[in-house]
Design a binder for this molecule. Structure first.
Ligand SMILES: [Fe+2]
Ligand SMILES: [Fe+2]
Length: 259
């Protein structure tokens, strides 16, 4: 089973890149299942449920969110209507939505979990390591194949999660920082890992935003409007080949496709 993992989709250029590249990879029979991070899909901000569903219609099997999950009030109100859109599992207890989903495929069941880090992030998230333990406990009867989106700022925290879950899940992949890392690997006990998938959006930018206002903000400290940039739409992510019988990863391949 080949699973495409897609780095943070940013705005319209990101959605366009996603649609084109996923269709191409599916037509070439290179992927069977798609997990996409959609936390910046709406003009760089968190999507409404409708926009998240447009990613499902465009070829995603599961859409993960992140710290931008509640930017759109339509998502706060709508997330419980769509099980294939998930937010971090270690959000506060009363948060709407779920942090995991189990999806039946012709090849077998896949569970997708999202976690969020606490280093350089909001202090009110629960411990992501303990949240992972709870979801993977025998009482939950997790399937063999589990993919974990570890949304975080610090590479140390994401890598520690990858190592912590080695042998218990098929893959741990980082999202949020929009800069693809070149450390993709399969850990000794069979868990595929990459610290950050990168960004799906306009590469001629600062993390997806127009360059000039970001520089001006750094130079002056005065708030500027950060519109989503337009040029060089690109999809970044990785393809993990997983053995559905054992749940172990066979390989992870980092990808960057420019339109
Ligand atoms: Fe984020
Ligand atoms: Fe992001």
């Amino acid at each position: 089973m080949r699973v495409l993992l897609v780095g943070d989709i940013v705005g319209k250029p990101g959605r366009a890149a996603f649609l084109q590249v996923v269709n191409r990879l599916k037509a070439e029979d290179r992927i069977d299942f798609v997990i996409a991070n959609g936390e910046n899909a709406a003009a760089g901000r968190g999507p409404s449920l409708e926009i998240a569903q447009s990613l499902l219609n465009a070829g995603a099997d599961v859409v993960t969110l992140g710290d931008h999950a509640w930017d759109a009030k339509e998502m706060v109100e709508g997330i419980d209507l769509e099980s294939r859109v998930i937010r971090p599992a270690n959000f506060s207890k009363g948060a709407p939505g779920k942090g995991w989903v189990r999806v039946d495929t012709p090849e077998g069941e896949i569970m997708v979990i999202q976690l969020i880090g606490r280093v350089f992030m909001q202090p009110n998230y629960d411990c992501p390591f303990q949240a992972a333990d709870k979801l993977l406990a025998p009482a939950m009867n997790p399937p063999k194949v589990v993919f974990v989106d570890m949304h975080g700022e610090a590479s140390s925290e994401r890598m520690a999660m990858g190592r912590y879950l080695d042998g218990r899940v098929s893959a741990v992949f980082g999202t949020h920082t929009h800069c693809q890392t070149s450390d993709e690997t399969v850990f000794p006990k069979g868990t595929a890992y990459i610290t950050d998938l990168g960004m799906t959006g306009p590469k001629d930018s600062v993390l997806g935003r127009e360059v000039e206002p970001v520089i001006a903000k750094f130079l002056t400290g005065v708030p500027h409007k950060f519109d989503v940039a337009k040029d060089d739409p690109t999809l970044e992510g990785a393809i993990v080949d997983v053995d559905m019988g054992t749940g172990k990863a066979r390989s992870i391949e980092r990808i960057r496709v420019r339109l």
